[in-house]
Design a protein around this ligand. Structure first.
Ligand SMILES: *Cc1c(COP(=O)(O)O)cnc(C)c1O
Length: 426
């Protein structure tokens, strides 16, 4: 049988670098041919061979309602007929802003943009503009999009300035980025003791989803808040992934911590290109056209994307939504743990709301270095085993997973059974 995924991958590689428009889609970490998706509905998508998969990436987070939710489809179809983009303000932007602010109490004002990268980059500029400081703190394993100053890994030694993780980023551009180990209190204290008066902001995924799934400990998160306040730095929660995903009020709601700035994306667009950043009025009014911090976007607040986001937010704000989603996700995680235990495999897993992570190790990791000790070959065998059985998880061991409201108990049970078969294979 001819595999249409192979044919499409070959065609794609001729015209698109690596055949993909975002690197992790290429299956480079796990090997094999990426699946080219032709359509999706509910908890499933179908590849170019018309093979069905239970989808646990949900476009890397946005599809919290599952694919093709009728209320969202209707809102988008209606919006499309009214025009794709105007480059002038609309009432729907106000509605979405109001909806976001009502759900994220730490934000008094919000600006809409088109991608998480853009939102994080803009929040960073705003933090520097508002404080008049240069340095920023980030953590190894946290991803904040691909702006130059944020593509940094730890340098040698504690609390030092980092090194670029990409070619094309001059060292000078990251010389103000301090990279610390996640959940390492001592490094955190040291960085603020050394550089506190120069730090514009500390940016963190308070529940990290880009080194698989790793929580900041409550103590660590609290100390981030205290040190920022004490040193006049802004605490920025990058909730592009966790916002409206781990709960209706994001990671800040789960942890009970109020950041100064919040970065949102993924779920707020419901699958359309939309992201946002926001915070207190006094800081947000530093932005152009009111203030000196420049930021703009041709498609920002796009009328079709805002319709999609609004319809999505309306569904997830319904009573009981996150209780049901959290329960379903926990049943997946608990089932996987039980299956691994029954087959004597070292395994652990965690979840919050509709986001989960699992690890081929006994204890839950606390930082990036530990996540990366995962047995690659074992993960790849699990990934391909699941893929063969029609279960699509993230094609890299350092990515989180996502359950949607459309996943049924049968989907969860089928997933656990598939994993059990693979765990059983010597
Ligand atoms: C996905 C993600 C981003 C980047 O968002 P894009 O829309 O891909 O640019 C930034 N921060 C976090 C935490 C993310 O998960």
């Amino acid at each position: 049988m001819t595999d249409r995924n192979d044919i499409l991958f070959e065609r794609a590689r001729a015209v698109i670098p690596g055949g993909v428009n975002s690197p992790v889609r290429a299956f480079k970490a796990v090997g094999g041919t990426p699946r080219f998706i032709q359509r999706a509905q509910g908890a499933y998508f179908w590849d170019a061979n018309d093979k069905r998969y239970i989808d646990y990436i949900g476009s890397w987070g946005p599809m919290i309602l599952g694919h093709g939710h009728p209320a969202v489809v209707e809102a988008v179809q209606k919006a499309v007929l009214e025009g794709f983009s105007y480059g002038a303000p609309t009432e729907r932007e106000i509605e979405l802003a109001e909806a976001i602010l009502a759900l994220v109490p730490s934000m008094e004002m919000v600006r809409l943009v088109s991608s998480g990268t853009e939102a994080a980059m803009s929040a960073l500029r705003l933090a520097r503009g508002a404080t008049g400081r240069k340095s920023i703190v980030k953590f190894e394993g946290c991803y904040h999009g691909h702006a130059d100053a944020l593509l940094v890994k730890a340098g040698s030694g504690l609390a030092t300035f980092g090194n670029p993780t990409s070619a094309g980023v001059p060292p000078e551009v990251v010389q103000h980025t301090i990279v610390l180990e996640y959940n390492n209190l001592q490094q955190l204290e040291e960085a603020f003791a050394l550089h506190g008066k120069d730090i514009a902001c500390l940016m963190i995924e308070a529940i990290a989803g880009n080194m698989n799934f790793v929580r900041a400990t409550p103590e660590f998160a609290r100390r981030c808040r205290e040190l920022c306040t004490q040193h006049g730095a802004l605490l920025v929660f990058d909730e592009v992934m966790t916002g409206f995903r781990v709960g209706l009020h994001g990671a800040q709601g789960v942890l009970g911590i109020k950041p100064d700035l919040t970065v949102l994306g993924k779920v707020i667009g419901g699958g359309m290109p939309l992201a946002a950043f926001g915070g207190p009025r006094a800081i947000m009014e530093q932005l152009a056209p009111l203030g000196p911090v420049y930021q703009a976007g041709t498609l920002s607040g796009n009328p079709v994307a805002t319709a999609c986001g609004l319809a999505t937010l309306k569904e997830i704000a319904k009573p009981g939504f996150y209780e049901a989603l959290g329960k379903k996700t926990r049943s997946l995680v608990d089932g996987l743990k039980a299956a691994a235990a029954a087959e004597g495999q070292p395994f652990n897993a965690d979840s919050e709301g509709g986001m989960f992570g699992f690890f081929l190790m006994k204890d839950l990791p606390q930082n990036y270095a530990t996540v990366m000790t995962t047995d690659n070959a074992k993960f790849n065998a699990l990934f391909h085993g699941l893929l063969d059985r029609g279960v699509y998880i993230a094609p890299a061991l350092y990515e989180a997973g996502f359950v949607s409201a459309a996943h049924s108990d049968e989907d969860i049970a089928a997933t656990i059974e598939a994993a059990r078969q693979i765990f059983r294979t010597p």
